[in-house]
Ligand binder design. Structure first.
Ligand code: DP6
Length: 353
């Protein structure tokens, strides 16, 4: 056991899911994105993970029990086990302990919300806290940068969940502060209208995806539109930085909707092509656009890699938009389910023993 290490203890972190405004779709090398992506961290859709560690001895293997909602889950255990094994060279202390990871989400399991972003960011933060105990102390900036890098190795979008507010993952032309290895909070000032934004997540279907994100990303490798897509994402990111600073809601809506529909257009035009949206997804989009036009309320939508619709809107229209959802959209949701979420402040350490 290294000098500073403790024999046993428990670390818990809560970390949010995020919704990408500029999408990461296509990767290369060791979990590097082909274009920059920009997201908003959520407030109430979070994963809570605790890492219990108990000294065993220094053999070479990870010794892990993984529980989801308190129950042992072999499928996740294998994925997390592989992830930790790949980290051993840089984090050898992980093999010194018997590890129990216990994870749960605040959003329903059947909601179709991608949990890999919140799950891997929460786990990466626990590993970083253990590193601080076993190896050395570090400042906040280094801690979160390294946590973001670690989270990225588990799931690309997770790199953006270690911060609150708006974050960018990937180098951006003309902006030196962003990196391909880890995400960063936006460096520019955010206009007040975007500081208190809301995200209503309409659950169209909670079914498992027919084509997972990893398979989808790899279909980009031979995609005929890949090159222009990556350039488009770069242009959108640069423009979005300006939009978030100036509060230009019209441009915001145009870029966000274009990104969502481009993502699904890329899936449909892959080889093989596939469709994740459902007829209800399209009906919801049509109704949002009609409502925006007739009511002159700046409400917009985005989509993840699935059929659910994220409705994004400023705080000042909260009452109207909730009424619109309840009167016109809930009937299109699976069992009427929707999640009332908003921009969040990022992860929180819950406990360290
Ligand atoms: C459509 O981060 O789930 O949500 O790195 O393979 O785990 P892996 O992929 P993942 O991809 C997310 C894709 C997306 C867009 C986004 O969040 O940027």
């Amino acid at each position: 056991m290294s000098q500073n290490s403790k024999e046993k203890g428990k670390i818990s972190w809560q970390s949010p899911s995020n919704i990408a405004l500029i999408k990461y779709w296509g990767k290369h090398g060791n979990q590097l994105s082909c274009n920059p992506s920009l997201s908003m961290s959520l407030n109430s859709s979070v994963t809570i993970t605790s890492l219990s560690y108990n000294y065993k001895d220094k053999d070479k293997n990870i010794d892990l029990e993984f529980l989801f909602d308190g129950k042992r889950t072999p499928l996740f255990e294998k994925r997390i086990g592989n992830y930790l094994n790949n980290l051993l060279k840089e984090y050898p202390f992980l093999a010194e302990y018997h590890l129990i990871i216990d994870s749960s989400n605040t959003f329903p399991h059947s909601s179709g919300i991608a949990s890999s972003a919140s799950a891997f960011s929460a786990l990466a933060l626990c590993i970083m806290s253990l590193k601080k105990i076993c190896l050395r102390d570090m400042d906040q900036k280094e801690f979160f940068q390294e946590a973001s890098n670690l989270a990225r190795l588990g799931s690309g979008s997770a790199s953006r969940s270690v911060y609150g507010g708006y974050t960018i993952w990937g180098k951006v032309e003309g902006a030196r502060s962003y990196s391909d290895e880890y995400a960063c909070p936006l460096k520019s000032a955010i206009h007040p209208v975007f500081q208190t934004f809301y995200d209503a997540i309409l659950i169209v279907s909670g079914e498992n995806k027919k084509v997972g994100s990893s398979a989808g990303h790899s279909l980009m490798e031979k995609h005929p539109y890949a090159k222009s897509r990556y350039q488009q994402a770069m242009n959108h990111t640069m423009e979005m930085l300006h939009v978030l600073e100036t509060g230009d809601l019209d441009r915001f809506i145009k870029i966000v909707e274009n990104e969502a529909l481009t993502l699904h257009g890329l899936m449909m035009s892959s080889d093989p092509g596939y469709i994740l949206i459902k007829s209800e997804t399209i009906e919801i989009i049509e109704r949002i656009r009609k409502y925006r036009q007739t009511q002159k309320i700046p409400v917009t939508f985005t989509l993840d890699a699935g059929p659910n619709v994220h409705i994004l809107y400023p705080e000042s229209y909260r009452k109207e938009v909730i009424k619109f959802i309840e009167d016109e959209l809930v009937e299109l949701c699976d069992e009427g389910q929707w999640i009332d979420d908003s921009i969040g402040r990022g992860p929180q350490m819950l406990n360290i023993q």
